[in-house]
Design a protein around this ligand. Sequence first.
Ligand code: PEP
Length: 262
Amino acid sequence: MAVARTPLIAGNWKMNLDHLQAVAFVQKLHWTLKDAAHEDGSVEVAVFPPFTDIRTVQTLIDADKIPFAFGAQDISTHDSGAYTGEVSGAFLSKLSCRYVIIGHSERREYHHETDEIVAAKVRAALKHGIVPVICVGETLEQREESGPTAVSVAQLRVALEAVSADDDFVVAYEPVWAIGTGQVASPEQAQEVCAALREVISEALGADVAAKTRVLYGGSVKSGNIASFMREPDVDGALVGGASLVVDEFASIIRFQKHVGV
Ligand code: PEP
């Protein structure tokens, strides 16, 4: 029997919204979805604020019983010690972070994170009971050189060395050329790579794990294109950057089930 995968719509705020703006944003998003009679549970909603907002978002979500998950945008490979500026998975776990984004192309590019560092961060997340959202994706040059799937497949293979079949994790295919550029991948392009990534999961951890693991697409997702991605069999949600900072737009992405078929 096919396993039903709950779609995950995840908003990566990057270095946007301070902790006061975060409160206003999360409250407004919650009200907007309520007003639209959005059915909680039909889609998992997750927000990824900057570190300085997490405690505030946690308190708000807890106090108002808001049905959103939240996570961090990065994690240290270390648990504690003399690592100035780093944030331990132990601390994120204490803040009840369900998720952490690992291997985002901005961290790979600007912070020189290698596949091995990504794997170490995945290991750190899992050690502290946090679900890693493992990001992979190719630049345009890499796509032209080695085809659409080779880079993402190779990146995921290394990251999965840190994962065992009992672990919960999410994979996000984010073509670098589509992030923040408005140059969105086609649904067919997203499907091709997401299917290849599911195959990698199957080879590494077995068919059952592959069948239950969510594979997201990310890169210039908007309310106007989300439904076309969600029709693809191997796309289980989206990692959203820019559009996750606009309440009405993000709410509309979350409500994609209302406009599938449009
Ligand atoms: C991202 O940064 O993960 C992302 C997908 O950004 P955007 O939606 O703005 O392209």
